[in-house]
Design a protein around this ligand. Structure first.
Ligand code: UAG
Ligand code: ATP
Ligand code: API
Ligand code: MG
Length: 489
């Protein structure tokens, strides 16, 4: 609890002429969540304007409001230029700057964030650290799991999570930092000790418009490194030297860089690489130190993910040998290259590839070891980047023998329209459009030949399908299992 004027003192500028100084017991940006004593932030959104809910917030017990204009309400209003930015600054202050008390590793990039954060979490917890994780799948600490609405939560949710982690004795946190979060200031006021860049390829152009602007947004994580409170602790940027955007990102940070790579001049390097059907093995090198890794995660991209996690944890003081040992124990990440095995005479792999680059990587990995045909069940999400639709379809077609184009999460778009845009990328006729995802999976399973590999792409760990604004229970892995049981017995 803190008084309004003590709290807003932290803002660089604001307009507050009222003499009242209510005690703030909670922070809220959603009028429906407001309880007695809350400070309510009016956020202009993409759908509605939070200013329109100020009365409702007051009705529910808000004792003060942060807004971008004066409002006719019965409680004090603090006027700021950017309510979202103010919310980030005040959330960090309200929860007593929790990231000062945590070792925080942020991971950004188009693909691999969830995977890399899980690898980092494994390495840190094996090293005896009490860990927390924030990302696409959940917020996790003390063996508790909470559902996540966003990959990177809004600042007030984020700071509250950090604060709960501090209270629970968490020492080190690894989190995914999405480009939306960076662009929308969700991590403003969060202080990272290590920031990791995985890679950059096309996604989210509906939001960022161009690759240049998308890269700039990713770069914000590295630009904000070091403007924090860790006076004795120099933050480090961990960057993929083999990625096309390495140079650009490296110019955006003042922090020292620890680079990693396979082809380039990385500080942390993988050599003596061996790829096999079930995983990868390689030698990890930094300076004069080396250690052997043998991982049950397939594909060259998994080596990049391992290198990113290794460099981030090495920068956090974990010895190389311990890192290599932990990586070798990892069994995989839910919904990423996850096999559905019921002793059927063909293979089913469920994977979260939902971008052109990830689909290409996963299919190339499958092609290296497939003994039979390859088929792909794939769709594209609605209300998201439309330009990736024909590209993903074209990649699926060129790297497989047959494609089932189907729905992902159509959200508020017509599934038929999304599928028509995907079809524009198809050159030949080795494909079938089956709008219903369950039907598409069943058809792929029914028609599978011996040794065929069916890749079910796009939804990975998701346990729902969003049609309109409703989430229906749907799990590719369970549907594939049912299909194998029903169709092949
Ligand atoms: C485009 C985008 O980022 N949208 C986010 C945004 O929603 P919005 O702007 O539509 O919010 P809004 O409904 O207009 O509401 C505006 C304000 O009015 C308030 N309100 C609204 C209704 C009401 O009755 N009372 C009330 O007070 C809302 O709480 C909010 O403060 O603010 C919401 C609240 O924090 C977010 O949950 C929501 O994320 C949506 C769910 C989303 O899908 N975002 C995606 C694009 C996203 O951010 N993805 C990245 C990951 C991408 C990746 O993996 O690479 C992520 O970090 O999740
Ligand atoms: N380093 C990588 N390079 C390219 N593709 C990758 C890489 N790592 C994982 N992938 C592919 O991307 C998919 C998503 O991986 P992951 O969930 O780790 O990424 P993410 O960045 O967290 O995605 P999101 O943006 O949805 O949060 C995986 O299922 C796999 O197909
Ligand atoms: N974080 C990504 C997840 C995409 C997952 C895919 N299943 C889809 O719905 O497009 C996004 O919000 O764009
Ligand atoms: Mg993720």
């Amino acid at each position: 609890m803190i008084s309004l004027t003590t709290l807003i003192n932290k803002l660089p500028s604001y307009n507050y002429l009222d003499t009242q100084d209510p005690i703030i017991k909670d922070l809220q940006m959603d009028s429906r969540e407001v309880t007695e004593g809350s400070l309510f932030f009016c956020i202009p959104g993409f759908t509605v304007d939070g200013h329109d809910f100020a009365h409702q917030a007051v009705g529910n017990g808000a004792v003060a409001i942060i807004a971008e204009r004066e409002l006719d309400v019965s409680v004090p209003v603090v006027v700021v230029k950017d309510a979202k930015k103010a919310m980030a600054i005040l959330s960090a202050r309200f929860y007593n700057y929790p990231t000062n008390k945590l070792h925080l590793i942020g991971v950004t990039g188009t693909n691999g964030k969830t995977t890399v954060t899980h690898l980092i979490e494994k390495i840190l917890s094996d090293a005896g650290k009490n860990t927390g994780l924030i990302g696409t799948m959940y917020v996790k600490y003390n063996k508790q799991i909470e559902d996540a609405k966003n990959t990177t939560p809004e600042s007030l949710v984020l700071q509250k999570n950090f604060s709960k982690m501090v209270e629970n004795g968490v020492e080190a946190v690894t989190m995914e930092v999405s480009s939306h979060a960076l662009q929308l200031g969700r991590v403003h006021g969060t202080h990272f000790d290590v920031a990791v860049f995985t890679n950059l390829s096309q996604d989210h152009l509906d939001f960022h418009e161009t690759m240049e602007k998308y890269a700039q947004a990713k770069g914000l994580l590295f630009a904000q490194l070091g403007n924090g409170y860790h006076e004795n602790n120099q933050p480090i940027a961990v960057l993929n030297v083999d990625d096309h955007y390495y140079k650009m990102i490296s110019t955006m940070t003042a922090a020292p860089i620890l680079s990693y790579g396979i082809n380039g001049e990385g500080d942390m390097k993988a050599t003596n690489i061996n790829l096999n059907e079930k995983g990868v093995s390689f030698q990890l090198n930094i300076g004069n130190e080396t250690a052997k890794v043998s991982m049950k995660m397939a594909g060259t991209f998994s080596i990049y993910n391992a290198l990113a996690a290794a460099a981030a944890t090495y920068a956090s003081g974990i010895p190389l040998e311990a890192i290599a040992h932990s990586l070798s124990q990892v069994k995989g990440v839910s919904g990423r290259f996850e096999r559905v095995e019921l002793n059927q005479p063909f293979h089913v792999i469920v994977d979260y590839a939902h971008t052109p680059d990830s689909l290409e990587n996963v299919l190339e990995t499958i092609r290296e070891f497939a003994k039979g045909k390859i088929s792909v069940v794939v769709g594209c999400g609605g209300d998201r980047d439309k330009t990736k639709r024909p590209k993903m379809a074209a990649i699926a077609e060129s790297l497989s023998d047959f494609v089932y184009l189907t729905s992902d999460n159509p959200r508020t778009e017509a599934p038929e329209a999304i599928l028509r845009q995907m079809e524009e990328g198809m050159k030949g006729s080795n494909y079938q459009v089956i709008i219903n995802r369950k039907d598409a999976i069943y058809e792929a399973v029914r028609r599978a030949e011996k040794d065929e590999v069916i890749l079910i792409a796009g939804k990975g760990h998701e346990t729902y399908q969003t049609i309109g604004t409703v989430n229906h229970h749907f799990d590719d892995r369970l549907v594939a299992k049912e299909a194998v049981k029903e169709c092949r017995n």
